[in-house]
Design a protein around this ligand. Structure first.
Ligand SMILES: [Zn+2]
Length: 508
């Protein structure tokens, strides 16, 4: 029998509200468990003041039970607002549970449990979060970009032979730190370039040479072959640097002549022993591709052509030879298929409602949290006034005792004010996230394209079971059971015009 625990939460403010009492939550969850064949093996409750705090003791205990013991299959909650304070908490908790194979079942709101709908919403929300951090990343890089344009290396640690130093006469905040030779290592690095250019040494020989001399990398490590390989490829030594895929002319001094650098590149190319290791590709479609001829699974591989370039391929693990398919072409074709997936109006409305609900819950939570904090604040302020009276009017406190008590109150006040700030931050972040959720829900194709590789894998898992491949062509695609369910209940539509055939003869 499936084992489940109930998690219930009620804050001081909510206790008067009958719909939310701990007993009601327990009753609703227990009834559901009985109807659905779950045995309740525990009840976790956060009540009163602790229920509004971030560190809810019962929830913490429950999560660590899931992680350590693994003796339950599901957590029952009356409503998702019982569990998490905001979207981010919600996603974090969900991912902990998922990792430990614990289902989250929200009784009065089946939307955000482990159903396909719930998973799709989570995935969209996760895309938004990833996107959000991309935007903030871009903002901070504006200054860095300016720095790079002016020739000041914004990349942090320079390669071996250089170091960051204080500029004796900076012109702006951008050139407070500049790059100069590191006397300890510069001459050794120059020597390494010279030795390597002769073709008589391997990179390993030279790494050993540096290690024997006691030279350590700018990060403080032993010099590894791969690190040294990167240094030898780095145009930093001839006065330029690459930052965010763009090359800039730097203000730092050259360590070596361009001719020596070029010679080293030629030797590197002919040895080329690490070039193939350097290139990493996230074979997104691994595990999804099957051969149309023999049904075997496709594998992914790198291939070096005669011209020295490296290509990524998917190919049939048993037919091999004729089945090599270009990784990028296939991945693009899959993007095309994603573009054909449409969420119904009904479903996007559903997404919107859910997101709104999460946000509203946040807001309500925020309001009550703010009220609670204000109350606490005025209590502390009152206590401070009384202490002042005791000291100066009634003269019942010595200066030392007064000092001690007063300081404690001041610290409490500071903490409360800090907490208030955090509460406000949550909400405005939520609003921005909501907008993004809506625009993405309306366009799964874009959501997929924008996603980071791990998220793309999530989308693929959510929507597809497999693609049948013939060379570069997708012959058939098979939808995941989740997506089939979403299509059946009218949440999702796949426009099939211009698509390969759907493969519906698969074993479930
Ligand atoms: Zn095959």
């Amino acid at each position: 029998m499936n084992k489940a625990v109930i998690y219930a939460r009620v804050s001081t403010e909510e206790q008067a509200d009958n719909g939310k009492s701990i007993e009601t939550q327990e009753k609703i969850c227990s009834k559901w468990a009985k109807d659905n064949g779950y045995q309740i093996t525990g009840i976790y409750k956060d009540e009163g003041k602790s229920a509004t705090n971030l560190n809810r003791p019962a929830l913490k205990e429950l999560l660590s039970r899931c992680q350590d013991l693994g003796d339950i299959n599901a957590i029952l909650i009356q409503d998702t607002d019982r569990l998490a304070r905001n979207t981010l908490d919600h996603l974090t908790i969900k991912s902990i549970l998922k990792k430990n194979d614990v289902k989250l079942i929200s009784i009065s709101q089946p939307m955000i449990d482990d159903s396909p709908e719930g998973n799709l919403i989570d995935t969209i929300i996760a895309s938004v979060n990833a996107f959000q951090s991309q935007i903030t990343g871009r903002k901070t890089s504006k200054v860095m970009e300016e720095k790079a344009r002016l020739g000041w290396y914004p990349g942090g640690l320079p390669p071996l032979g250089y170091k960051n130093v204080d500029n004796p006469s900076p012109l702006s905040t951008l050139d407070k730190k500049i790059i100069d030779f590191d006397e300890q290592t510069a001459s050794y690095m120059k020597k390494v370039f010279e030795m390597y250019s002769t073709g008589n040494y391997s990179i390993k020989d030279l790494a050993d040479f540096l290690n024997k001399k006691g030279i350590i990398s700018p990060r403080g490590n032993k010099i590894h072959v791969s690190t040294l390989n990167n240094f030898l490829r780095d145009k930093f030594y001839i006065g330029t640097f690459t930052w965010k895929k763009q090359e800039y002319k730097g203000n730092h001094p050259h360590l070596i002549e361009k001719s020596l650098f070029n010679k080293v590149q030629l030797v590197l190319d002919s040895h080329n022993q690490y070039a193939s290791r350097k290139r990493k590709h996230n074979y997104l479609l691994r595990g999804f591709l099957y051969c149309s001829e023999c049904g075997s699974r496709y594998w992914a591989e790198k291939h070096k052509k005669k011209n020295g370039n490296i290509y990524d391929f998917y190919f049939c693990s048993s037919c091999k030879g004729s089945t090599y398919a270009d990784v990028y072409k296939l991945e693009e074709k899959v993007e095309r298929i994603f573009e054909k997936i449409e969420l119904s109006k009904k479903y996007t409305d559903h997404v919107r409602d859910t997101a709104m609900k999460i946000l509203e819950d946040n807001r309500r939570n925020q309001d009550s949290e703010t009220r609670r904090l204000q109350l606490e604040k005025s209590k502390v302020e009152k206590a401070m006034r009384e202490t002042e009276d005791d000291r100066f009017v009634h003269k019942t406190l010595t200066p030392e005792v007064f000092q001690r008590i007063y300081e404690r109150y001041e610290n409490e006040l500071k903490e409360i004010e800090e907490e208030m700030k955090n509460v406000n931050k949550d909400y405005s972040q939520g609003l921005r996230i909501l907008e993004k959720i809506l625009s993405l829900a309306e366009n799964i194709g874009t959501a997929y394209k924008m996603a980071t590789p791990p998220l793309k894998r999530k989308y693929l898992n959510l929507f597809f079971k497999r693609f049948t491949i013939n060379g570069d062509r997708i012959v058939k695609y098979a939808l995941s059971n989740d997506l089939k369910e979403l299509i059946e209940n009218g949440s999702v539509r796949v426009r099939t015009s211009g698509l390969p055939d759907e493969d519906s003869n698969l074993e479930p």
